[in-house]
Design a protein around this ligand. Sequence first.
Ligand code: EPU
Length: 417
Amino acid sequence: MDKFVIQGGARLEGQIATSGAKNSALPALAACLLTEEPVKLMRIPRVRDIRTMEKLLNHTGAQVDIQGGQVLVTSGRVARPEAPYDLVKTMRASSLVLGPLVARTGRARVSMPGGCAIGSRPINLHVAALELLGAQVTQSHGYVEAVAPDGLRGATVTFDRITVTGTEDVLMAAVLARGDTIIENAAREPEVGDLADLLAKMGAKIEGAGSSTIRVQGVGRLHGATHTIIADRIEAGTFLCAGAMTGGDLLITGCIPEHLRALIGKLQHAGADISEEPPDALRVRGGKLRAVDMTTEEYPGFATDLQAQYMSAMTQAEGISFITETIFENRFMHAQELMRMGANIRIEGRQAVVAGRTELTGSPVIASDLRASASLVLAALVARGETVIDRVYHIDRGYEKIETKLAQAGASIQRVT
Ligand code: EPU
């Protein structure tokens, strides 16, 4: 198992380029199942979750040709409309194939995602929405099976709570359903908008993606298309935290500042100097930071996927910050590891109380999930001495060459196998 060995103390300087968004690329790959024609996707990040989704597409019978960040998917005939346990257990987003498979073939069988390090991760809202579209759904032996022998029909779906992949799943089902679908209380995350853009290029009729009400007019078939995935706002946000914490001067290129408003606001309030460098870069210069409270929310609020990284930054800020996690029930696993490095954090239910500034010292730590690992990398960058991060396969799920990118900006970080 790979580890990262990081020597702390370097200021990050120079440029770091943003990759395509993992959480946009995953639904985009799933959407390729909606047509028998080839779909070409560009700026696909080469990370482990993407390889898992590509394997899943292969399993259904699709052909997947990968050339660097360009992936061509041809789903000529769907031989096996299913997502087996082996693939779902490593990536809960496998449930994204449920909607497209049932829409395309009238049948889908997807292993139930279990809980994970950040919470229970049920898919009941995906299932309820597909039932409204006319799918008959049964659950047994750890699998969700959906059938719609006569195809899906449009309906009004009002989500009980906002779900990102749930919105994406039902959107992909609705585009091939007979009649109109209205999705209410839809997720407004930029990744939903990116998926809608791809689907529109494939011939879907969608209005309102990016708002809480999405209207879909079902069409009989979709065709091939070419689409470039948007920039990964979580990766760019991770680098923003890195620049702010290390007192560096970092230019983060190829990102979409608009998607990072909540984080930028918090870091600026904390004292970081952040400016936009049009058309698509952000410059961050760190200085003395002060504590600023933060609560995670659905987009356009502060992303839960940046909560761990922000917590690392707050260990370097003067004063007490209250960090409240509202999206997942168990997303503070990094706090324990940060404390091993010297951070002063108290967890009270869904709130973490961080008292700073504390000097962190290099220690052996263990990555527990994707974003938790990123927060440990950030902490290691400012810690005195050497930090060894074990189980970096978690970070490889979602960050493309993070060690190379950080090293280019002056960090001392090495992968050891
Ligand atoms: N929820 C339910 N039932 C459902 C679906 C969700 O109760 O059927 C609950 C969840 O348990 C959670 C909340 O609703 O408490 C929101 O979950 P959501 O469905 O929005 O999360 P997701 O779609 O499974 C995506 C991202 C996550 C990100 C969340 C929240 C992808 C592939 N994953 O997950 O990304 O944290 O939205 O923004 O898009 C990551 O990249 O590290 C990651 C975990």
